[in-house]
Ligand binder design. Structure first.
Ligand code: NDP
Ligand code: MG
Length: 389
């Protein structure tokens, strides 16, 4: 019996994880489920899976969650600290699928158990990559990638020596505006940006796909997780999104990972690792697919990719600035305060403004430094957004 916790259980990744676990309940013993405003779903899943505790990160949702779980023996808690405490409860396997930088501290807490952390929350690696890996190592914990591209790289590296890796290619669908005229992008709306051609994901990550801020995050994530130098990491537009990533080796051979558009493959790989087990995803029919296309990304359309290269080269806490500014810019776009093509300049200006912050590029920093820089960067980008209104 594997003990399991799911952080961000009510979200897109959390629900896909529950889908896999619910198919085979005799193998899993659920410890903690955490969510946010969607307390109906949280309560329903906590009951169905027999969780020990259900936690909402919002204190004002406590009464509703409590009422929904009245009569059950499931513990109920609320607030950010309660999410961290739940993450720290011993469990063999923990899914980190909270959205945004709020996912960092709970994932960090889960690692102190020396367990396996299935990491979907890419912000954890972008903001705190080196110290997160060191923290996992210090506690004898294992981090497994869940982001589809990183799961693909991880799988393409099995049995290989990192020293023979020449390049890592991360593919991108190109997002909702891949084929839009460049001049039309300035007037794109949040609902237009939130419709993805291939993947069904949360709203924020879908808009980040249209701007390629998601891909920018993933380039940084690749550098941090696999400890690959930035000049070996490339993004490639692949509209079919069937090859998720490729690893090129020094003998010219390239291992490509191919799979359907279904996050349950990457989640299932992390759930069963180091074994493989049956996962109910579509089996690809290559004769029907017939053709795969590729295109180099245009940096005028996707300025986030250039920013990612700069962030990777700067290192230290620059990733934390980048992520905070990106989240603020996205909030600004969703709220209608800035346009779609204003997001990259807001992030670039925030990086510029924060560049004088003492110790920003130091390789040694703490979790508190990350949280502090996150707050300061949000203030800086908030001011930049206000000035643009
Ligand atoms: P969703 O927005 O669908 O779900 C986010 C989850 O986090 C929900 O359970 C939500 O609760 C909860 N949550 C929101 N805010 C907070 C907070 N402040 N503190 C604690 N919990 C909170 O996100 P996704 O599932 O799409 O993404 C989760 C993570 O996985 C992200 O980092 C994303 O980049 C990454 N990822 C997602 C992929 C996908 O296909 N969706 C693919 C690869 C990576 P509630 O909804 O109840 O309010
Ligand atoms: Mg991805």
């Amino acid at each position: 019996m594997k003990t399991i916790s799911i952080l961000g259980a009510t979200g897109s990744i959390g629900q896909s994880t529950i889908d896999l676990i619910a198919r085979d309940p005799s193998r899993y013993d659920v410890v903690a489920l955490t969510g946010g405003r969607n307390v109906e779903q949280l309560a329903k899943d906590a009951k169905a899976l027999g969780a020990d505790i259900a936690v909402t990160c919002y204190e004002d949702c406590f009464a509703d969650l409590k009422a929904l779980l009245a009569g059950s023996d499931i513990e109920v808690a609320a607030g950010s600290d309660a999410v961290i405490a739940a993450a720290q409860r011993p469990a063999d396997w923990c899914m980190s699928a909270i959205v945004g930088s709020a996912g960092l501290a709970p994932g960090w807490a889960a690692l102190t158990n020396g367990n396996t952390l299935a990491l979907a929350n890419k912000e954890s690696l972008v903001t705190a990559g080196p110290i997160l890996l060191a923290h996992a190592k210090a506690h004898g914990a294992t981090i497994l990638p869940v982001d589809s591209e990183h799961s693909a790289v991880f799988q393409a590296l099995v049995g290989e020596d990192m020293a023979s890796v020449e390049r890592v290619i991360i593919t991108a669908s190109g997002g909702a505006f891949r084929d839009w005229p460049l001049e039309k992008l300035a007037t794109a709306t949040p609902s237009e940006a939130a419709s993805h051609p291939n993947w069904d994901m949360g709203q924020r990550i879908t808009i980040d796909s249209a701007s390629m801020f998601n891909k920018a995050m993933e380039l940084i994530e690749t550098k941090e997780f696999f400890e690959v130098s930035p000049d070996k990491i490339e993004a490639l537009i692949h509209p079919e999104s069937l090859i998720h990533a490729m690893v090129g080796y020094c003998d010219g051979g390239i291992m490509a990972h191919v799979g359907p558009h279904d996050m349950r493959h990457a989640i299932g790989y992390a759930l069963h690792w180091p074994d493989r087990a049956d996962v109910p995803v579509e089996r690809l029919d290559f004769a029907k697919i017939a053709q795969l296309n590729f295109k180099a990304p245009d940096l005028a359309r996707y300025p986030a990719l250039q920013i990612a290269q700069d962030v990777m080269r700067a290192g230290g806490l620059t990733g934390a600035v980048f992520n905070a500014a990106k989240e603020q810019a996205l909030d600004g776009f969703i709220a209608g305060d800035i346009g779609f093509m204003d997001m990259a300049p807001v992030v670039a200006e925030t990086l510029d403004k924060m560049s004088s912050h003492p110790g920003l590029q130091n390789a040694k920093f703490t979790l508190d430094d990350v949280l502090n820089v996150d707050q300061l960067s949000r203030i800086a980008s908030g001011e930049i957004i206000s000035a643009r209104r």
